[in-house]
Design a protein around this ligand. Sequence first.
Ligand SMILES: CC(C)(COP(=O)(O)OP(=O)(O)OC[C@H]1O[C@@H](n2cnc3c(N)ncnc32)[C@H](O)[C@@H]1OP(=O)(O)O)[C@@H](O)C(=O)NCCC(=O)NCCS
Length: 230
Amino acid sequence: MADVTKIDDNSGYDIQVLNESHLAQILYLQEIIVKNLSDPTIYFAEPTQFFHKQIAIEKSVIGLFQKKQLVGFHIASFPDLNEENLGIDIGIIQEEYLQVAQVGPLAVHPDHRKRGLFSKLLAKHLQMIKEMGYKHVCATVAPDNYPSIKGFIDNGFAIRQLKIKFNNLLRYVMYLDLENCLKQPQYSVRVLGTDTESQKFMISLGFYGYDALKNENGFDIVFGRDEMIV
Ligand SMILES: CC(C)(COP(=O)(O)OP(=O)(O)OC[C@H]1O[C@@H](n2cnc3c(N)ncnc32)[C@H](O)[C@@H]1OP(=O)(O)O)[C@@H](O)C(=O)NCCC(=O)NCCS
């Protein structure tokens, strides 16, 4: 069948673009995701209307299936020139706002986590977004959501901003340049994941977060910069 990508590890997972016929499954999965959140502020349940609207946009909603059961979804949107364009938060030039795609919300069923499935869903969607001609991809992530931060970093994203976003909550704005790979920076500093004030300071000095490393209590973010500050 067209539009089905098998995940090549004999696990029986595949990825498909979703349509209206999948709506009930998406809402059912979202209910399970929300019931199982360790922290209710990292994911907010979207209304049915939101999924209706997104599904109508070409290649906006993709799903992960195992034995025809939906076990994950991943949403991309294309924000045009409106003020919700995350490109504005990270200083993308105005002429390129139309080349910005945004990803999220995204989720994987609790029984299928820690198998790298989010990372595979994201990689598939990024390939599609690139083929559609977009140059920039942005996402917002809660600073305590390690699985989400790690999945983005594994796919080449960097933390470019840390600020209050929707629902008045602190969020990383993560960024991927689809035309230029992130290079290993010359200078790097490891900061506690919980120390968001120091992280904001590092970002104000031009550092960007390019790795997340587990420590005994949680994780650290590794910030990098190419030039020495004098
Ligand atoms: C975020 C989410 C999609 C990640 O899904 P996933 O398929 O389990 O992610 P991956 O398997 O690619 O794991 C990414 C990393 O997180 C780790 N991880 C995943 N679940 C974890 C957990 N519950 N506790 C600790 N680490 C976890 C993995 O081990 C991996 O880390 P590693 O590379 O250091 O080993 C999933 O946790 C989820 O649906 N969360 C609820 C919804 C949400 O937070 N969405 C994001 C905001 S919209």
